[in-house]
Design a protein around this ligand. Structure first.
Ligand code: GLC
Length: 740
């Protein structure tokens, strides 16, 4: 083949250009042989003020623009925390209607917490990370770790219960595994988001001890132990200043004391002031002029607090450009950990591993609360009446920003029919709610009396009844944006359960919820199961438990009081909940959940850490390795556990510490360790945990330091916070300031 003159010249010029280009050194910001910090500084030095300002606020509902001129990619975010949310249109709270954005829906985080299994938390985080990576998301907006303070809070289902140690132990593996995929977790909502009522405005007053000993530890663990790459501010205020740009919380605690080096992001619409945003640690502004759920101003991006208004303050000299540079550094650092990391994995969707993880978390999270006469597991070959809307209702939609579009969602009815045989399962809806909605309760399309009559007739025809009800993701149920209106079961379920038990006393009740509910009907049910929003594999997992194919091992991550008034947050009037004139005061201080019930002697119907099994476990020989410890020591606690029943099963042994003569008031006891182990019938094993003496510290709000008192302590081993099976005492030889 002969080449004409022009072609030869063109090829020659291309060769020269290529050689010239190759000869140019790769700029540090694009050179992944350089350190992240070198690359951050080089990129920052090349950016104009306009480019810096653009990088620290949204360009669309769920993205920021990066720096196109330098080839620094956009950052794309998606909700979690239970899976990767469906796609939205650019600028509206509207689903985009794509057909490739279904996900593996994991169980809600309360279910994960109820497993008391940190290894499962790691598997969980990896599912979300792999699917987020495959969907080209750089930040997953989760996990949530706010403490469960009231059973009315609309978002408890997205969080990990009432105890800071449990939440801390479960959030770290979730974060690490998710981020191993090159996707940032975004721990939320920092801080004190413990109710949805008036969330955009409520100003929280809480004493320093409760703040440090209850509400911050899980966030601290996520930063220091989990290495989380981003954190989301909450909507509410603390000490009169919005948490999203709050000097105490963000600059002093999160960034200075804990050393958080990631990006601090608003909740959607949680920024309210340019100067505070500029100076109090906010790094990325999203969703301004929106309520984070249903409405928002379109194309408002130049009006964002950290857009033109901030640029004007920098140009006027009132705000230094260095304040902007610090934000951009954190955004760039997040980029180099995610979308500028050419070696990050590629992700995957709907794998068998993802499905298996969803099933495993659901199975291990279901809690058997009551099982009189060994009513469960259900024997096969009998006619079962399955009654209740939660046997069939899609529970992955609704609830707010944690809504999902699952590729699969096996309902309890489907799971039970598959396990027990279609011919053995009767079904009646029993009650009905309307479609999920974020601003009001939509009416059910059915007549309640007719539904109840039909259900009662169905119950008469069966050997046993399985009622599957609870809450759902509708407005003022387990739903973001507002709290529950009542502690009772909605939609007439309480009466229905009573009426069903009259015509068929062989009844088990399955509550599907993310919160405790009133159970005045409890004595009418032989068995009660606390189930959760179980995600894609929920129906199969529930059938596995009810049939006995899987032995339940879940433990309650929160207390279930008899009455709402028995709950700490509801014992001090409206100022303590839901607040008065925009102020809520956490009057109970440290005494939240079992800390309240145990210290005040108010019995809960079912206590924190409670969960039965189809087998039994015997505890013996609880001991510590020494009788006395110095402040820098670690205590080794051992207890003998034996499976004293007839079925293999797993038990979560809980270790609670109690100080004998505390210098400052402390709860009666506090969870300091837990360990879940599986034993065959008759098998025995020593369960050993190691508790650093520093973990026995309390926060002294006068010294503003953590302190361990020289004192006598007891360590209890328990199957729940009240079912204590052994006690060992020891002394701490001298008081000390604990290094925390
Ligand atoms: C919502 C939620 C937050 C979510 C964000 C984006 O209002 O409070 O958890 O990640 O907006 O949807």
């Amino acid at each position: 083949m002969t080449l004409n003159r022009q072609t030869i010249i063109t090829l020659a010029l291309a060769a020269v250009a290529t050689a010239a280009h190759a000869a140019q050194p790769t700029p540090p910001y694009l050179d992944d042989t350089k350190t992240i910090e070198e690359r951050v500084e080089d990129a920052l030095g090349r950016m104009t003020l306009d480019e810096k300002i653009a990088m620290i606020h949204a360009q669309s509902k769920f993205s920021t623009p990066g720096c196109p001129r330098l080839g620094i990619p956009e950052i794309w975010m998606s909700d979690g925390p239970h899976g990767v949310r469906m796609e939205f249109t650019w600028d509206e709270w509207t689903h985009a209607g794509w057909t490739n954005d279904s996900c593996t829906a994991m169980p809600a985080l309360t279910c994960l917490a109820a497993t008391f299994n940190p290894e499962l938390a790691g598997r969980y985080g990896n599912v979300v990370g792999e699917e987020a990576r495959f969907r080209n998301k750089d930040i997953i907006l989760g996990p949530g770790v706010n403490i469960y303070r009231t059973p009315l809070s609309g978002r408890n289902f997205e969080y990990m219960g009432e105890d800071p140690l449990l939440a801390s132990r479960m959030v770290v593996p979730y974060i690490k595994s998710l981020q191993s995929n090159g996707v940032a977790a975004c721990m939320k909502h920092f801080a004190l988001n413990n109710q949805e009522h008036d969330r955009d405005n409520v100003n929280v007053t809480v004493d320093e001890r409760a703040l440090n000993e209850l509400y911050l530890p899980a966030f601290r663990a996520g930063v220091i132990d989990g290495g989380v790459w981003s954190v989301m501010g909450s909507y509410n205020k603390y000490k009169g200043t919005y948490c999203t740009h709050n000097d105490t919380l963000v600059n002093q605690i999160l960034k200075k004391e804990w050393g958080f080096d990631g990006a601090f992001i608003t909740d959607w619409g949680s920024a309210h002031d340019t100067r505070e945003a500029a100076l109090n640690g906010l790094d990325i502004e999203m969703g301004s002029w929106t309520n984070g759920l249903t409405w928002g101003k379109s194309n408002a991006y130049n009006e964002y607090y950290m857009a033109e208004p901030l640029k004007a303050l920098v140009r006027s000299g009132e705000i230094s450009e260095e304040a902007v540079n610090e934000k951009v550094r954190r955004v760039l650092r997040l980029c180099y950990r995610t979308n500028m990391n050419r070696h990050r994995p590629w992700g995957s969707m709907h794998t068998t591993e993802h499905t298996a993880a969803a099933l495993e978390v659901a199975r291990e999270g279901i809690v058997l609360l009551k099982n009189d006469k060994s009513f469960l597991p259900l024997r096969t070959g009998r006619k079962l009446a399955v009654i209740g809307e939660n046997a069939v209702k899609c529970l992955t939609i609704g609830g707010g920003s944690s809504e999902l579009k699952p590729k699969v969602e096996i309902s309890p009815l489907e799971g039970l029919r598959k396990r027990f045989g279609e011919e053995n399962i009767l079904f009646s809806l029993g009650y009905a709610s309307g479609e999920p909605n974020y601003s009001n309760e939509l009416p059910s399309p059915y007549d309640a009396d007719s539904l109840m009559t039909a259900a009662i007739e169905t119950a008469k025809l069966a050997d046993a009844v399985v009622f599957i009800g609870g809450l759902n993701k509708n407005y003022r149920q387990d739903c973001e944006g507002e709290d529950r209106a009542t502690y009772s079961l909605p939609f007439g379920q309480g009466e229905l359960i009573a009426r069903l038990s009259e015509v068929n006393p062989n009844i088990a009740v399955v509550i599907v919820s993310g919160n405790a509910v009133a159970m005045p009907w409890a004595e009418k049910a032989h068995a009660i199961v606390q189930s959760w929003y179980l995600g894609s594999m929920g129906g199969e997992a529930l059938a596995d438990i009810l049939s006995g194919d899987i032995n339940p091992s879940g433990k309650l991550p929160f207390s279930i009081p008899f009455r709402l008034e028995d709950c700490a947050a509801h014992s001090f009037g409206e100022t303590a909940y839901p607040g008065v004139n925009g102020n809520v005061n956490y009057e109970e201080g440290l005494l939240v959940g079992y800390r309240w019930h145990d210290t005040r002697g108010i019995k809960a119907r079912y206590p924190f850490g409670h969960g039965l099994s189809y087998t039994t476990f015997a505890y013996s020989d609880l001991r510590t390795d020494r009788r006395q410890y110095a402040p820098t020591d670690t205590i080794t606690v051992t207890v003998r556990l034996r499976n004293s029943g007839k079925a293999a099963g797993a038990e979560t042994v809980q270790f609670y510490a109690a100080q004998k003569n505390p210098r400052l008031p402390r709860p009666a006891k506090e969870l300091k360790a837990f360990s879940k182990i599986r034993l065959e019938p008759g098998e025995s094993r020593d369960v050993e945990v190691r508790i650093p003496v520093a973990n026995l510290a309390y926060y002294n709000d006068t010294l503003r330091r953590w302190v361990v008192d020289a004192d006598e302590f007891a360590i209890h081993a328990g199957s729940s916070s009240t079912d204590l099976r052994g006690k060992a005492s020891f002394k701490i030889s001298e008081s000390s300031l604990a290094a925390r």
